[in-house]
Ligand binder design. Sequence first.
Ligand code: DOR
Ligand code: ZN
Length: 332
Amino acid sequence: MNDLILPLPDDFHVHLRQDEALAGYVSDYAEQFGRGLVMPNTIPPITTPELLLDYKQKILASASRFEPLMTFKLHAAYSRDTLEKMKASGAAAGKYYPAGVTTNSQDGISELESVFPVLEMMEDLGFVLSIHGEEPSAFCLDRESAFIWRVERIAERFPKLKVVFEHLSTAAAVDFVLNAPENVAATITVHHLMLTLDDVIGDGLQPHHFCKPLPKFPADREAVRAAAFSGRSKIFFGSDSAPHPREKKECAPGAAGVYTAPVAIPLLAEIFENAGKLSLLPDFIGGFGADFYGLPRTSESITLVREPWVVPDSYHGAVPLAAGKTLQWKLK
Ligand code: DOR
Ligand code: ZN
């Protein structure tokens, strides 16, 4: 088989950045994806319908065939009126960042209960809650597992709220999501399918693999892979593609984020094929996520060809995952 036809991919978690950086990243992105759930951790953060619409327009101005699915950054002070306007402006999800956990999250949430009134309105209005599930005060490798109880509390308290535990990186979180009620789903990135902590600090320090949540132990990566290969409809792709300029990564302290957008789909094809799970890839990238978000499945497709190519060292000043490596599948 030398041609691989896949649904035009959806990505339920992406950082497209802003200002001068936006256009380049959006054009890289729209070559690979039909829809992307765009994260709101810009400066200023996306917290009003006006900012959301303005950001959406700027994204659309840089891509023709691409549909951005917008998000707002969760805080405790939203009124119902604002949330209704967010809905009317096309917001699909609100994003929960624990305060200080990652890039531009200093204004995140410290007290879980403080957002319960907003979550109740979001449940009522049919929003998805997207969660960066890490407890910032825990030891870095324990942050995700230390956060799980909060997702459990939210899902129990708001049984009709659709909750997404983003970028699973531990066996504990995988186990929780797979056994949680059906209102709890999760995204998986391509880098958490590939990397362990060894790939970040095990040899020479590799800043381009540094991200939040950190890649963890081999057993965690195995659990994340098993979840991706489970065929469960609550597990779908969210790249968390998070470009930073090379000089913001190769410095101290370096920024967290792996730039995966230009290589994600070829890498996923390789990973799923090597595991003998290629038949599960279409739903993972172009089915289950749309179903969970209540969107129509795409009717468009893309073709990958089996044609080795070397990943460039940089796209628009950001170093991609697998830079300099030879990949087997190429986008036609
Ligand atoms: O590594 C990360 N980078 N994780 C996040 O949660 C945010 C992202 C970013 O915005 O750079
Ligand atoms: Zn992210």
